[in-house]
Design a protein around this ligand. Structure first.
Ligand code: NDP
Length: 419
């Protein structure tokens, strides 16, 4: 019996809300709030006839802490799920602290305005000290640890698939498969085809910022940064086949390096088709990925926001996308004194997701773990005061919930390794 406030009503939130409505015995009431209330109303009207979960909707600008506080006071939830954008992480965390409510999200904080001089000074210092230059990092949200501890509240960060399930896979490998882990390779493969020459599977702004940034990996206690897309490998993915993949910086490497310090190397690879890469390179070369406003005929236009308006809405890709995703982690290490390799992954079918919840597998593989993370918090399995990432909790009940609610694991004890 619990009441949850979901902030955001885009591609991922739609899956979260569909899945919560399938578990009405825990999610008894859901308030769906977003910037555009009509999207919340439409979804609530669609779901209400087939669920016992009581649905209400509200309008909120989550960039404004005051508005979020008023909404929380109005709705009185047991948990706030931030499924809006990473830009809103800190304002929503502030509101949760002010109102004494647990918090969770699916991506770590990054600012919308990367030209803000106050943010930029801190960012540039961090780039030098830490050795990677992604706009996002955990420092902003880890700075809330003491506040959440003192308030007796839990903040669960990055509970999608990657970040999220990939860290639960690491905790599982540590708990059940290895005495010591030597290397972790996280492999994110999307074998889906939506038929467009170029489209992004989730929010284009967040996606293109991530993919066009320099890559980096963790090795022997430090970050190694490389030019964007400059390390390429091929892998034969179960149920998908051969794909090219590229080394990217990814947020969970940062928390895993801290929480599993014995690991010598952690890398993240994502597959991309040639058409996606050609389009992205061209758009970047002409300045369309820039987040800095330009003056156009007397109006200020942010190129990447304009591009977002031109690209297909990721939420509209569901009916067109065919094929499967395969996301997981390959580990090397030792068990009982012997060398061991282990691969744990999930395969998800775009069309099956569409028929179940009306979304493609990228939103599905993010939304289901978010619902399962909320389930862990609401049923008391993952509550400890402070700010935590997924690998800091017991992976067993979470992976069991994923098996049950649509993202079952597969395992391979003799996997091909990535060189
Ligand atoms: P969308 O752009 O589809 O949806 C974002 C939603 O947030 C929209 O409903 C939008 O409202 C709303 N929103 C934006 N700004 C505000 C605001 N200021 N106040 C209130 N609501 C706001 O994004 P996705 O659903 O694709 O992604 C959601 C999150 O999931 C992102 O943080 C993304 O980074 C993360 N993600 C995580 C993954 C993982 O595996 N961990 C993988 C994929 C995504 P409006 O409709 O008005 O625009």
């Amino acid at each position: 019996m619990s009441k949850v406030l979901v902030i955001g009503c885009g591609g991922v939130a739609s899956v979260v809300i569909h899945k919560c409505c399938q578990v009405s015995e825990v999610f008894t009431e859901l308030c769906i709030a977003s910037r555009t209330k009509s999207k919340c109303d439409k979804l609530a009207a669609e779901l209400a006839p087939n669920t016992a979960t009581k649905l209400t909707t509200a309008q909120v600008d989550a960039d404004d802490v005051r508005q979020v506080i008023d909404l929380i006071n109005d709705c009185k939830p047991d948990l706030v799920m931030n499924i809006a954008l990473p830009y809103q992480d800190l304002t929503i965390m502030d509101a949760c602290l002010a109102c004494g409510v647990n918090y969770m999200d699916t991506a770590n904080y990054e600012p919308e305005d990367t030209d803000d001089p106050v943010w930029r000074a801190i960012y540039e210092k961090r780039c030098k000290e830490a050795g990677f230059s992604a706009y996002f990092d955990y420092s902003w949200q880890w700075a809330y640890r003491k506040k959440f501890e003192e308030a007796g509240l839990t903040a669960l960060l990055g509970c999608g698939f990657d970040p999220g399930v990939t860290q639960a896979y690491c905790a599982h490998a540590q708990k059940h498969e290895f005495d010591t882990i030597d290397t972790i390779d996280i492999l994110d493969c999307n074998g889906g085809d939506h038929g467009y020459a170029f489209a992004t599977n989730f929010n284009p702004e967040v996606n293109l910022r991530e993919v066009s940034a320099p890559g980096s990996y963790w090795e022997d206690g430090r970050w190694i940064e490389i030019p964007p897309m400059s390390i390429k490998r091929a892998y034969d993915f179960d149920q998908v086949g051969h794909k090219d993949m590229y080394l990217l910086h990814h947020e969970e490497i940062e928390s895993l390096a801290l929480n599993i310090p014995e690991v010598r190397r952690i890398r993240f690879f994502m597959t991309f088709g040639q058409s996606y890469l050609d389009h992205m390179r061209c758009l970047e070369n002409v300045g369309m990925l820039s987040t800095s406003p330009v003056d156009f005929e007397g109006q200020q236009i942010v190129p990447i926001k304009f591009l977002k308006a031109l690209l297909p809405d990721p939420a509209s890709l569901g009916p067109r996308t065919k094929g499967k995703t395969n996301i997981g982690c390959i580990f090397t290490g030792k068990k009982d004194g012997k060398d061991k390799n282990y691969y744990i992954y999930n395969v998800c079918d775009h069309q099956k997701c569409y028929h179940e919840v009306g979304s493609q597998a990228i939103s599905y593989t993010t939304g289901v773990p978010a619902m399962c993370g909320a389930l862990m918090l609401l049923t008391g399995k993952w509550n400890k005061p402070g700010v935590y990432t997924v690998e800091e909790f017991d992976p067993d009940p979470f992976l069991a919930a994923l098996d049950q609610y649509g993202l079952p694991r597969s395992e391979n004890r003799t996997p091909a390794l990535v060189d």
